[in-house]
Design a binder for this molecule. Sequence first.
Ligand code: FAD
Length: 495
Amino acid sequence: MNELTLRERMAMVRQPMPARAPGERKANFSEVNLGFTAQLAVLEAERCLMCRKTVCIDGCPVGVKITDFIDLVANGDFDGAAKVIKQDNSLPAICGRVCPQEDQCEGACVLARKGKPIAIGALERFVADYERLNGLMTAKRPLVRTGKAVAIVGSGPAGLACATDLAKQGHDVTVFEALHELGGVLTYGIPEFRLPKEIVQAEISQLEELGVTFVTNAVIGMTDTLDQLLAEEGFDAIFVGVGAGLPRFPNIPGENLVGVYSANEFLTRVNLMKAYQPDSETPVYDVTGKTVAIFGGGNTAMDAVRTAVRLGATKASIIYRRSEEEMPARNEEIVHAQHEGVEFQMLTSPVEFLGDEEGFLAGMRLQAMELGEPDDSGRRRPVPIADSEWTESVDMAVVAIGNSPNPLLLKTAPDLQQTRWGTLVVDDETGRTSKKGVFAGGDIVTGGATVILAMGAGRRAAASIDDYLDTGMWGPGPAVASGLSGSQAISIQAE
Ligand code: FAD
């Protein structure tokens, strides 16, 4: 560790994340945040107090050895720092970019009490980028093989984290993905300007080096059922990490008008199908010079509205039924959106979408809300104000009020116990479902949550799958639904 005294370290300022200027970035899809230079990274790492009680590690759902890696950064050993992170997190360049660190490791940092926690996320991103850009990634297929085969259904962060740990144990791992590209929400949901796809691909390529096999365009439940994978395809265990990709709508008149999108469809078309490129085969509605309204207050809503700005909308607004204080989106995303000219219309809810004679969206009927008593989520409940409706014109609307689990796979596996919200019931510690040999984790269990929570669940399940493959012991089924239960969990992202 460096020679600075505690007092000197506490006096140092937190290094801000360098970012492209709003005027420049809102015209294209290039990444907004630029990342630390080596010099900034060392300066920031030198601020760490190296607490004996590592509360930051307790705040990380995958238990990254934060103080160890920061110590290495402070001493200029960036490759060593990357290797330390990789012991617990196989997707550090991704997590360094999209994790809500302010609620996790940085929220727990003792310097957070003074409002300037160590920029752990920015440091994680720096060392992961350093390792990748300098060709220092070194994943290798383990020589010792167990002869056991595991199928992972879904290639989002839950499935990828589970696959990594199992491959490192020497099991044969095959990931089945319904789409033609890997990564789940990391690829089809989170836009390029926040998470370049080249980075997602680079981190996934490390799993290939570990020996993981990927099968795309494989919709489990249609191409094969879980029973077929176990009985006919030779898999000894299955991890289900299929996420919660079914968009929810407010159930109001006019939702089927042309020009009303779910955030899922809008972002998938733009991110996965590259709808913003002129030669795209699946374009989105041309919003150049038009008015776009996004309904919701989570990360998905922020991604959708900032995407609309980049597609050329003249007016892009967030319409949210609570106040800014209750918005679940990361503060950084809200600030970035504000700087890019997004308008925020708080305490407002849609009542109806209005169409023209040809069935195209032309307007929306809105109503004012006020905050009442706290609901199950602990936030004050939005309550409509009587006789407060009004009409505004709008060219495109994007609904980003949350997702539910897609019932497709689960319909073909009736012996998997589900909650009334369609999420899977698992044992929290082990990820064990009610079906022998089948484990689950991520958004399919919690409802829409976060990348790192999905990864944590994938890792816990990998540990218990390894144990199951070793001992053949299948404990009692899950007693209770997962900690984040039902509508509360499903709402994390959006409402
Ligand atoms: P997913 O990422 O949804 O992956 C599931 C995968 O399973 C998908 O690829 C899907 O195609 C595949 N699949 C589904 N059914 C089948 C089937 N039958 N057969 C085979 N494959 C199947 N979290 C953050 O921490 N930070 C953020 O900034 C953030 N921003 C977000 C922005 C958006 C737009 C969205 C939608 C979510 C965001 N989240 C964010 C939430 C985060 O991305 C999710 O919590 C996380 O991706 C869940 O991981 P998962 O592996 O459970 O599921």
